[in-house]
Design a protein around this ligand. Structure first.
Ligand code: HEM
Length: 309
């Protein structure tokens, strides 16, 4: 599953891109809040939405006290100068406010009568190429099977379901992934599909890689955390996207070589899922070239860091 245990200090990360992410989120929420924030109207899911906001407020005011403060029922963000009612008046506001506090997207998985965890609430503003509406209420298995996640049924399904069932509030986990994106859309990848055509699910089958240049290609890496909320018992999944032009990350020592190596190790199923045929012709020669330059310049004599691949 590629998961590891999470230190509480690293649950929510903030960086210098906060304002850009925040402005993008606010714009999306103002444009169409229902497309980005939703919840199933039952007791446990309502409670879970309020709990997300409570947990984040607790965490952020302690972890980032210069940025977030809570006084007299008002949560303040000193960077954006926003003020939010605390507690929130409705589950929807709890979720949309939560979305504005952090750079991450949020999904809540709630146990349903069929014994499966379902995506029963979310605040999803920066997904890249899927819409909350398309996945809303889906079970963990359906979510992954419909997205065509490689080897899900034979390798992941059983262990993931068992893991979800047994998770306790004191043992959060994280995992990282990465995708290659054909454009610079943080909120939506326009080369994957028409955002306005809401009936069309965006995928590599609808992708347009015509006249692609190396400058278009972006590296999208998600840092995902998963924890059980103590009151509602729902599972809170956060998706923190790191998004950079490939030409930027390829400047880092070791990255071009390691990334090209990881891509070349993919089997056919993974290559298909990651849309390799759309970008490999441009990206792999570029990475090889950059790697050669790093070898020649002695840049690889430095110690290797950690990469999400
Ligand atoms: C232990 C937890 C989880 C594991 C191990 C896992 C595993 C995976 C893997 C291997 C993929 C393929 C891409 C990648 O490497 O990320 C994937 C994709 C996906 N997962 Fe999960 N997943 C987990 C939890 C969740 C949860 C809670 C959701 C609920 C929203 C979710 C929604 C998705 C979606 C929508 C995709 C498809 C993305 C796309 O290709 O469009 N996953 N997952």
């Amino acid at each position: 599953m590629g998961i590891r245990s999470m230190d509480w200090n690293e649950w929510i990360e903030m960086d210098s891109n906060f304002v850009r992410y925040h402005e993008t989120k606010v714009k999306q929420l103002e444009k169409d809040i229902d497309a980005h924030v939703n919840y199933v109207d039952n007791d446990v899911t309502r409670l879970a939405c309020f709990e997300v906001y409570e947990e984040l407020t607790q965490y952020l005011t302690h972890r980032f006290p210069e940025m977030f403060s809570l006084k007299d029922g008002i949560l303040r963000n000193s960077v954006t100068k926003e003020e939010f009612a605390y507690p929130a008046p409705t589950p929807k506001e709890a979720m949309s406010t939560s979305a504005k506090l952090i750079q991450d997207d949020i999904a809540l998985m709630v146990l349903n009568d069929d014994g499966q965890y379902h995506l029963d609430a979310g605040a999803v503003c920066l997904p890249g190429f899927w819409r909350l509406k398309e996945k809303f209420r889906m079970s963990l298995d359906t979510l992954h099977i419909e997205a065509g996640v490689p080897h899900y049924q034979e390798k992941l399904m059983k262990s993931m379901n068992r893991f979800f069932a047994r998770m306790t509030p004191d043992k959060p986990v994280i995992r990282n992934n990465f995708f290659i994106q054909l454009d610079d859309g943080l909120h939506w990848s326009h080369r994957m599909g028409d955002e306005k055509n809401v009936d069309q699910v965006a995928s590599w089958a609808t992708a347009n890689s015509r006249d692609l240049t190396i400058e278009d290609i972006h590296f999208r890496s998600e840092r995902q955390s998963l924890r059980r909320l103590p009151k509602s018992g729902a599972l809170m999944f956060t998706i923190r996207t790191y998004f950079e032009p490939i030409t930027t990350i390829a400047q880092e020592p070791h990255v071009p070589g390691r990334l090209a190596e990881a891509i070349r190790a993919w089997d056919g199923t993974v290559s298909h899922y990651k849309g390799r045929s759309h970008w490999e012709g441009i990206m792999l020669p570029y990475l090889d070239e950059m790697h050669k330059k790093q070898v020649a310049s002695g840049a690889l004599d430095t110690e290797e860091g950690e990469f999400p691949f």
